[in-house]
Design a protein. Structure first.
Length: 128
């Protein structure tokens, strides 16, 4: 059987620069590369907590950002923290909008959701 490993997350966004700035300011992501694709779309490669993240503009400028949960495909991604209470306080102080209070859906997992760029849901979780 083949071996599989996570490689990257790829988000389509109408404003890759604005989305990148959110991940840099809120989560301390690092921009690794900014370039244009052969068809002229903006492409930004980043690293967020050791995970590669790519942000790219849509194929047409007429595509609108999805509003959860009325879309198909990419649902959310998770960012783990060691102290969810402190993280939520810090993020709220930065103006981040949360869509759910902290809950414990399974033993040893505390989580909440916040809205990222283009209304992409981000799960913030703490595992014990």
């Amino acid at each position: 059987m083949s071996n599989y490993h996570f490689d990257h997350l790829h988000q389509v966004t109408p404003n890759p620069e604005k989305a990148a700035q959110f991940y840099v300011n809120i989560f301390g992501a690092k921009v690794l590369n900014t370039q244009s694709t052969p068809d002229g779309r903006a492409l930004i490669s980043m690293e967020l907590g050791g995970a590669p993240v790519s942000l790219i503009s849509p194929t047409t400028q007429n595509q609108e950002a999805p509003t959860p949960p009325k879309y198909y495909g990419f649902h959310h991604f998770g960012i783990r923290t060691d102290d969810i209470n402190t993280a939520v306080s810090e993020l709220k102080a930065k103006g981040v909008e949360f869509t759910q209070e902290i809950s414990e859906p399974l033993p040893g997992i505390r989580m909440t959701f916040l809205l990222g760029p283009d209304n992409v849901p981000i799960e913030l979780l703490q595992r014990s």
